[in-house]
Design a protein around this ligand. Structure first.
Ligand code: UTP
Length: 298
């Protein structure tokens, strides 16, 4: 496979149990939680589309119905809005179904992110592809995925997104051991550790939820046994690829310095909703002024 095989496919794993968000995630994937007025996953599908990836595969779990329905057309609702002449709501309803070509595959058992990515093998085939986690939102004003795609095309390896975090926060993330690449804005990744204790962390660079992967990852995942938490970890497979030379080997990192919103746990989710809502023209002015009064009362 030449290093320049163009990237057209995005994989969005959404089959996790979402235990940090129970009971809201009892009958609904956490990727469907609303962030202001759209489910989190819609922002992620839109991000993929902006980067030119309009062939999207969503890895679904036990409650896939809500996901599939959201990206589908709803003729009855659309007809009702058309009859009322409510163009604004009509275009909001249609937005999700116009984002690209969306496919679904079932992960029968939630055996970890690595296992979820392996479920994409048949759909992806022998091409590099992107993986976007549905509970990690990147501000649309900041560029990340496009840069990662460029680095994959230049190196022919796999690319992870990294972000500097305070030392005490690193144990919530995968952490990368990196060196700079001369003359380039990206770094070479030599090793990855899943959720290290701060004293064992090789850096303050956390892996965030964007990857552009060489298809060699599939063979590696098949041989990757359960790791931390008994789950098949994508980080463990990337660790193997980081040490590999030749075809499909090498892992690189793009350090993201823009705005990222984590929606996977309750507190981060609340912060994400307030931040994004307060920046919107339709909600921001009133929300900001109310927030000011609310905070002043404490
Ligand atoms: P997380 O570890 O954040 O998700 O996985 P989780 O397991 O659903 O959440 P908690 O910790 O129990 O609250 C990262 C991403 O990988 C997906 C999740 O849906 C999420 O987007 N995932 C995880 C799968 O698709 N399958 C899995 O087996 C595990």
């Amino acid at each position: 496979m030449p290093a320049t095989t163009p990237i057209t496919k995005a994989v969005i794993p959404a089959a996790g149990l979402g235990t940090r968000f129970l009971p809201a995630t009892k009958a609904m994937p956490k990727e469907m939680l609303p962030v202001v007025d759209r489910p989190a996953i819609q922002y992620v599908v839109a991000e993929a589309a902006r980067a030119g990836l309009d062939n999207v595969l969503v890895i679904t779990g036990r409650s896939k119905r809500a996901l599939e329905d959201h990206f589908d057309r709803v003729p009855t609702l659309e007809a009702a809005l058309e009859e009322k002449g409510d163009e604004k709501k009509l275009s909001a309803v249609r937005e999700a179904s116009c984002l690209g070509d969306i496919h679904y595959v079932r992960q029968r058992d939630p055996k970890g992110l690595g296992h979820a990515v392996l479920c994409a093998e048949r759909h992806v085939g022998d091409e590099p592809f992107a993986v976007l986690l549905g509970d990690d939102l990147i501000d649309e004003r900041d560029e990340l995925l496009g840069e990662m795609i460029r680095v994959q095309q230049a190196t022919g390896g796999s690319v992870v997104a990294l972000m500097e975090v305070p030392a005490e926060a690193i144990s919530a993330y995968g952490c990368a051991d990196v060196t700079p690449v001369e003359g380039e804005s990206y770094v070479q990744v030599h090793g990855l550790v899943e959720k290290p204790a701060p004293e064992d962390a090789p850096s303050n660079l956390a892996i965030i939820g964007r990857y552009v992967l060489h298809p060699a990852v599939f063979e590696v995942l098949k041989e990757t046994g359960p790791g931390r938490g008994g789950e098949i970890q994508l980080t463990d497979a990337l660790q193997t690829l980081a040490k590999r030379e030749g075809e499909g080997g090498g892992v690189y990192g793009v350090v993201f310095r823009g705005r990222r919103y984590d929606t996977g746990d309750k507190l981060s989710y609340l912060k994400a909703v307030v931040t994004l809502a307060s920046e919107r023209d339709d909600l921001g002015p009133e929300l900001r002024s109310w927030l000011g009064e609310f905070v002043a009362e404490f």
